[in-house]
Write a protein that binds this ligand. Structure first.
Ligand SMILES: CCCCCCCC/C=C\C/C=C/C(=O)SCCNC(=O)CCNC(=O)[C@H](O)C(C)(C)COP(=O)(O)OP(=O)(O)OC[C@H]1O[C@@H](n2cnc3c(N)ncnc32)[C@H](O)[C@@H]1OP(=O)(O)O
Length: 193
């Protein structure tokens, strides 16, 4: 459900692995929570990158679990742990970051995205509102009018627009994971390591 590896000697790379869109199932939330704790507690780790496998960051809540009672850890405490971590966490966004997946990216300290990626809060199309922090984190980044537009329409925006709005720190045409690892190393003063 997540893969954990150390790259460039000191960056913990956490990969969401839940085909087809790496949705935040109960098993993914549990594994992500454990791996964030592991990275934060490992003295060898200086920074963390979170990405998704097979060209998709995260499609949000796992719609296959909507008909079941909620199991596993709730999303918000997990995102709080990401944000409160003393090591920089970079989201490496490819494909889509939607709903809870976009919220995961918003709680990371930095966001690097592939130029073809899309971000959005489709909750309104399901009759709900974002409930894991986007209604606070997004206005802090881009202001209320642009946030309301995203929250109330559910429309996806492209990476370049997200960069202009101030949601993203970097957009790349290269391998987003590799670029995010370099970004993370730069954030801890270890560029070129
Ligand atoms: C409501 C309460 C839930 C409680 C859960 C608690 C934990 C989460 C905590 C916070 C709340 C978070 C809420 C949200 O995130 S709401 C948003 C949920 N996500 C979506 O609505 C996204 C819906 N999907 C799409 O928009 C598209 O599918 C796409 C852009 C991701 C991909 O589009 P495309 O490339 O055109 O492919 P398909 O549409 O054909 O989809 C491919 C394949 O993937 C499956 N799939 C898509 N999204 C999800 C998903 N979120 N969870 C599980 N599976 C998903 C889709 O069904 C297809 O499957 P296949 O038919 O078997 O191939």
């Amino acid at each position: 459900m997540t893969r954990y590896e150390i790259v460039k000697r000191s960056v913990a790379l956490i990969t969401l692995t839940n085909p087809p869109v790496n949705a935040l199932s109960s098993a993914v939330r549990l594994a992500l929570s454990k791996n964030v704790e592991r990275a934060m507690g490992d003295p060898e780790v200086t920074a963390v990158v979170i990405c998704g496998e097979n060209g998709t960051f995260c499609g949000g809540a796992d719609i296959r679990e909507f008909s079941e009672p909620l199991q596993g850890p709730p999303l918000l405490p997990l995102l709080d742990a990401v944000e409160a971590g003393e090591k920089p966490v970079v989201a490496a966004i490819e494909g889509v970051a939607l709903g809870g997946g976009f919220e995961l990216a918003l709680f990371c300290h930095y966001r690097v995205a592939h130029y073809k990626s899309r971000l959005g809060l489709p909750e309104v199309t399901l009759g709900i509102l974002p409930a894991a922090g986007a209604t606070q984190r997004l206005p802090r980044l881009i202001g209320i009018p642009a946030s309301l537009q995203m929250i109330t329409t559910g429309q996806h925006i492209l990476a370049q627009e997200a960069l202009k709005l101030g949601i993203l720190d970097q957009v790349t045409q290269k391998n987003v994971c590799e670029v995010a690892v370099e970004f993370a190393l730069g954030a801890v003063g270890m560029s070129g390591a």
